[in-house]
Design a protein around this ligand. Structure first.
Ligand SMILES: N[C@@H](CCC(=O)N[C@@H](CS)C(=O)NCC(=O)O)C(=O)O
Length: 228
């Protein structure tokens, strides 16, 4: 089975959404009145990402599932120049800025490193909590169950440690596939034409080599059937 980029990135979104829905099945009436009618303001989130980064898609799945508006900045994987002025030693994506004031979002923000910490922070935002609670109006789901139950921990560990790491090897099985996966750069308005060409060629070659190494690490197990 050939997994293209659209399919693999949508796997994470669908995976998280499905997990959320499965765990939201109605089991009792006791928590039916969780939602409040007041709507808190959405958090001002800016996600620094690579379009094809599986970990970034874990965060986007939660943002999309809760209809939380967010800005995103596509990071140049060769230079990381979008991160340099502010991210300190942390140079991976996803990395997010959460504005701490509404008056100066550009300068007053909390830096959040990594997909797990970003989702944990998002899940504490009143807007996100309210959106989730309104989805759970007719079910027994609660924030505690959603964030800390054995199932929640099991599935988020699965998404982070098993599913996400094997997506790159599946979209970069050959140089040709890797080059196709990096085609997203052509849609990034902030990249110049020369940046697009360099990222596409150098990035896809680097990912093809890296993916081959990851395939070896996982050799024989926990891989999609398509990966040999
Ligand atoms: N555990 C981290 C992993 C993040 C990660 O490995 N991101 C990759 C991109 S998918 C990265 O930024 N690698 C460094 C690089 O591109 O230079 C998370 O969940 O956010």
């Amino acid at each position: 089975m050939h997994l293209n980029y659209q399919l693999t990135t949508s796997i994470l979104n669908k995976n998280l959404t499905l997990m959320v829905r499965l765990r939201s099945l109605p089991t009792s009436l006791s928590h039916r009145h969780l939602s409040s009618h007041s709507v808190p303001s959405p958090p001002a989130v800016t996600l620094y990402q690579y379009e094809i980064c599986p970990f970034c898609n874990i965060n986007k799945a939660l943002l999309n599932y809760t209809n939380t508006p967010y800005k995103y900045v596509e990071v140049n994987p060769l230079t990381k120049s979008e991160l340099k002025p502010w991210s300190g030693d942390y140079k991976k994506v996803p990395i997010a800025k959460l504005a701490t004031t509404t008056t100066d979002e550009e300068n007053d923000f909390k830096q959040i490193n990594g997909s797990s910490e970003i989702n944990t922070t998002l899940l504490k935002q009143p807007f996100v909590m309210q959106k989730l609670k309104s989805k759970w109006d007719s079910s027994a789901m609660s924030m505690d169950l959603f964030t800390s139950s054995n199932d929640a921990l099991k599935w988020s560990k699965f998404a982070n440690e098993e599913l996400a790491p094997i997506l790159y090897p599946n979209i970069c099985r050959s140089m040709n596939e890797s080059y196709q996966a990096f085609g997203y750069v052509n849609n990034v308005d902030t990249f110049s034409m020369s940046q697009r060409i360099m990222i596409r060629w150098i990035g896809s070659f680097a990912m093809y080599i890296a993916a081959s190494k990851i395939k070896c690490m996982y050799s024989g197990y926990k891989m999609f059937p398509s990966v040999t």
